[in-house]
Structure formats: C-alpha cells, structure tokens
Design a binder for this molecule. Sequence first.
Ligand code: FES
Length: 161
Amino acid sequence: MSSTAGPADQATRRTFLARAVTAIQGLMGAIVAAVVGGATLAPSFAGARRSWQRAAAVSDVDADVPTPITLRLIRQDGYRQVVDRRVVYVQKEGANGVRVLDSTCTHLGCRTRYDEALKRFLCPCHGGVYDLDGSVLDGPPPAPLRRLDARIDGGDVVVRV
Ligand code: FES
C-alpha cells in the first residue's frame, strides 16, 4: 500500500474539508442567530403576555353609569419596564356580570369621554359617538369600543389586559 495520495484522493479530501468548513460556518451562524435573536426578541414576547388585573372594587362600580378607571399596565420594552396607563369604563351588567370598555376611540385613538346627559361615549377629535354597549352611533369610528374580558372575583372587578 502506498503512503502518497493520488490526485483523486486529494480531490476527495479537499471536497470533504470544504464541506466540513461550510458546515461549521453554518453551525456557528445558527448559534449566533439563536443567541442574538433570542436575547433581542424574548423580552418583547414576555411583554406581550396577557394577564388578569384588578380594576376596581365591585362596590365602587355603578350599575347605571360607566365608571372610568385608570389601569396601570407594566410591560417590557426591550430591557426597560414601561408603565402604560389605559382608561377603561367599568359598569355592572346583569345580576353578576360586568362590562369593561376601552375608552380609546377606534377611529384614530383619541380618548372618549362619557356624557351622562346623553348617555353616550363621545370622541372629541372627530365627533365619534358610541352607545353604552360601545356600538358606533355616529361619526367616523369603524368599529365599536373594544370590550375587555372581565369578571367579578370576590369583591373585585378583574380585567384581562
Ligand atoms: S379619533 Fe375618535 S372620531 Fe376620530
């Protein structure tokens, strides 16, 4: 058996080495992408998780008038914790139910206000008008006020945010 490799053996060895280097580079690229991508995206996904949050005591909520409540929502924005404030209208509904509407107008996002005399939610920006259920009665809003999942838990109204 000869110790020197022929041209065919050298080509095979060269091909093998080239493929091995390419495979190692690919593996290293995948590892870097997983580490950097995971570190970048994980906080965003963590911040997107939804949870139940106490909104108000049931005793503070009226059956006839929507009560504006400011929710404090803590979320992750990259590595920072950001506190958002969102106003919702809470109102008792039926015997043991509760209705929670986001106060944000569905047209361009202005905050609506409740008009007790008209029994309507009014948007000051472009004249959007919603009824007590949040349905659009007038103006440009394309959709009803967003209704949040809510329930009564003991003596509290909790909402899913
Ligand atoms: S933002 Fe409310 S009607 Fe335009």
